[in-house]
Design a protein around this ligand. Structure first.
Ligand code: NDP
Ligand code: MG
Length: 390
């Protein structure tokens, strides 16, 4: 990733998801700057095959074994086709990669993200869950192997842009902006009756299901607070959240002299993706521009932690440290799945997380094996809590 005209070889983990698809759109508009080496999916083999035809990667990984067999039966792709977790790790760690885009959703992204970073390659990171659960280990790995994380998450991408030419020691605080999600103005008394489709309908961004629900509960912002802590080495009290419903300012940094820098742009993930792919340079793209004259106002207000307890739970988990963020993440994944599966109502999501956080003893400095164990234990405990609710 230097300024030369050399082609950058990259692999996309989770190419069939919202971020994966948009990453390929950016690549398509990059006039030959990137070459796709490997693409991966969990189950969406039809879309994967379309991507194979268009981008001619060297190989693909289909995580789900049944869909892997189906792909082999259905398509005669003249490329390497692998399946399973180990294959994902191998592709992530391939010495041929110049850059790895980590865009798998949830805890499943942890190992391949670590594998990519441990191979000394830079990672364009969308999978925020990996840094939430393994922030300390990941930070150590990036130091040891001299790899770098460039966040695709629009807030952290904005902060990175604000920090260009600045010294981290002069940061007073960062302000993560949040749209507030679809229920910003909904009376919490009605949270019990929220329909799945209403929760999935984010007012500003079109995203995968899990992050859409996380945005509706504000857990997404909570995960981003933890992400900011690790990415920018910031103490909890230096990470603020402001609701900004217009989603034009993607985040801000306030410096010790009282100056604030903000990054603005349309709510279009292709912009932070393109910044991450081309980092530290910029490249010309014809994505839509914003017309500030047409935007009547930019508004900001404090989040309501009582109405959206997930944000408070995430701040608390970060303050406690150790294994608390692992428990927070795993119980959230189970609760979100349960809501999407019609097993619990929307208002019960924070209760599931709070239960798990109270139930599981904290472990300081968990190893990767311990992270796996705590993740699994939390899932079991949260599932039994949910079963007892019904
Ligand atoms: P999606 O659900 O749209 O896509 C997830 C991708 O991961 C798909 O390719 C999916 O395959 C694959 N996948 C799912 N489960 C597994 C598994 N167990 N093993 C291997 N691969 C798997 O998610 P998003 O693109 O919305 O989000 C991806 C990540 O990016 C998340 O961590 C999210 O928080 C983050 N992010 C997303 C933003 C957005 O705008 N979407 C913005 C900022 C961050 P399949 O297609 O078969 O399901
Ligand atoms: Mg974000």
């Amino acid at each position: 990733m230097n300024n030369s005209r050399e082609v950058v070889k990259l692999s996309i983990l989770g190419s069939t998801g919202s971020i994966g698809i948009q990453t390929l759109q950016v690549i398509e508009q990059s006039r030959g700057k990137f070459e796709v080496l490997y693409l991966t999916t969990n189950r969406n083999i039809d879309l994967l095959y379309q991507q194979v035809q268009k981008f001619a990667p060297k190989g693909v990984v289909i995580r789900d074994y049944d869909m892997f067999k189906e792909f082999k039966k259905k398509y005669n792709a003249n490329i390497k086709v692998f399946s399973g977790e180990d294959a994902l790790d191998e592709v992530a760690a391939s010495s041929e990669n110049d850059l790895v885009v980590s865009a798998i959703v949830g805890f499943s992204g942890v190992k391949p993200t670590i594998s990519a970073l441990a191979s000394g390659k830079n990672v364009a990171l969308a999978n925020k869950e990996s840094i939430v659960v393994a922030g300390e280990i990941i930070t150590e790995i990036t130091r040891k192997y001299n790899s770098k994380i460039i966040s695709i998450d629009s807030e952290h991408n904005a902060i990175l842009q604000c920090l260009v030419g600045e010294n981290l020691d002069t940061v007073e605080e960062v302000i993560l902006t949040a749209s507030g999600g679809p229920f910003l103005n909904t009376d919490p008394k009605n949270f019990e009756h929220i329909q799945i489709q209403e929760a999935l309908a984010h007012p500003r961004w079109s995203m995968g299901k899990k992050i859409s629900i996380d945005s509706a509960t504000l857990m997404n912002k909570g995960l981003e607070v933890i992400e900011a802590h690790w990415l920018f080495n910031l103490e909890t009290d230096k990470i603020k959240v402001l609701i900004h419903p217009e989603s034009i300012i993607h985040s801000m940094v306030q410096f010790i002299d009282g100056s604030i820098k903000a990054q603005l742009g349309p709510p279009d993930m292709r912009i932070p993706i393109s910044f991450a792919l081309n980092y530290p340079n910029r490249f010309k793209y014809d994505f839509p521009r914003i017309n500030l004259a047409k935007i009547e106002k930019l508004s900001f207000f404090e989040p309501n932690h009582n109405k959206f307890p997930c944000l408070r739970l995430a701040y608390d988990a970060l303050a406690v440290g150790g294994s608390a963020p692992i428990v927070l993440n795993a119980s959230n994944e189970i609760a979100v799945n349960a809501f999407l599966g019609g097993k619990i109502t929307f208002d019960k999501i924070p209760a599931c997380i709070e239960f798990a956080l109270n139930k599981i003893n904290n472990k300081a400095k968990p190893s990767l094996e311990e992270i796996y164990y705590i993740d699994k234990l939390t899932r079991e405990i949260t599932e039994s809590f949910i079963n007892n609710l019904n």
